[in-house]
Design a protein around this ligand. Structure first.
Ligand code: APR
Length: 252
């Protein structure tokens, strides 16, 4: 689905070209066109009967560590088979066209970094990293005995994915950096997020408070929509490349 570049207001393009600091808050929607189901998409296959919000919790892991470990293994394998899409790549390109671009992502798939974005704040962790449940530190190697979840080589406790579960605090440094970036954003994009989960969903308000132009890229309305200076209703894989072309076409 192509997106009509002509519907990009001149004022939007002007403020984007003049921006000293662009900030992007991304959610699962930016990875949808890579084939990664969004968090609130229906689950498929053997996981269809589970609600992700029931699995991504400390209580679920406590109750059934093997089930939660297996679900994340399934998601890791899903992600290992996909790559960044045009939306991720457009943001990596935009980073080279503006003085500073910070990506704040709720995604745990690492696709922004794979696309070439270099300033990425991972609010909810990263599925490629594993940590010890007890020691809360990253573990890179462990003995595969067939036990699931595997055990920490240091303390013998369970290993778990290095992602933020519902009810857990976000990594303090990541949240601090995300708030600071949002307060200095001349242009703040929210891309592919339902704007339901806090504190991530409060970041656009930080940009509004600081006088930034806030822009939503999403096929649907969200609770954030009414804060927006501009909303572009379409898939990020089409909208973001159209924005880069419209704003910097003379540079390529
Ligand atoms: N382009 C842009 N947006 C899209 C696309 C697309 N191609 N396809 C879907 N979307 C939008 C949907 O309209 C929806 O608003 O992406 C959003 C996905 O919303 P969620 O599935 O709720 O994902 P997200 O907002 O990232 O969830 C936030 O909550 O579920 C927890 O920790 C989890 O990080 C996640 C957080």
């Amino acid at each position: 689905m192509s997106f009509d570049m002509m519907s990009l207001p001149d004022e939007f393009i002007r403020r984007l070209r003049e921006a000293k600091h662009v900030v992007v808050l991304s959610g699962a929607g930016i990875s949808a066109e890579s084939g990664v189901p969004t968090f609130r998409d229906a689950q498929t296959g053997l996981w269809a009967k589970y609600d992700p919000q029931e699995l991504a919790t400390p209580e679920a892991f406590q109750r059934n560590p093997q089930l939660v470990w297996d679900w994340y293994t399934w998601r890791r394998n899903l992600i290992s088979g996909v790559g960044p899409n045009h939306g991720h790549r457009a943001l990596a390109q935009m980073e080279r066209l503006v003085p500073r671009l910070t990506v704040i992502t709720q995604n745990i798939d690492g696709l922004h970094q794979q696309a070439g974005s270099t300033d990425v704040i991972e609010l909810h962790g990263n599925l490629s990293r594993t940590k010890c449940l007890n020691e809360d530190r990253i573990v890179e190697q462990w003995e595969e005995t067939g036990e699931r979840p595997p055990r920490c080589p240091h303390c013998g406790g369970y290993l778990r994915p290095d992602v933020v579960w519902f009810g857990e605090a976000l990594p303090p440094l990541a949240l601090h950096r995300a708030m600071a970036a949002s307060r200095t954003a001349d242009v703040f994009f929210t891309v592919g997020t339902s704007g339901i989960v806090y504190p991530a969903a409060s970041l656009p308000m930080e940009a509004v408070e600081a006088g930034g132009m806030v822009v939503e890229v999403n096929p649907e309305d969200t609770p954030l929509t009414h804060w927006m200076t501009y909303t572009f209703r379409g898939p990020s894989g089409a909208v973001l490349p159209a924005i880069v072309s419209a704003a910097w076409s003379e540079t390529f």
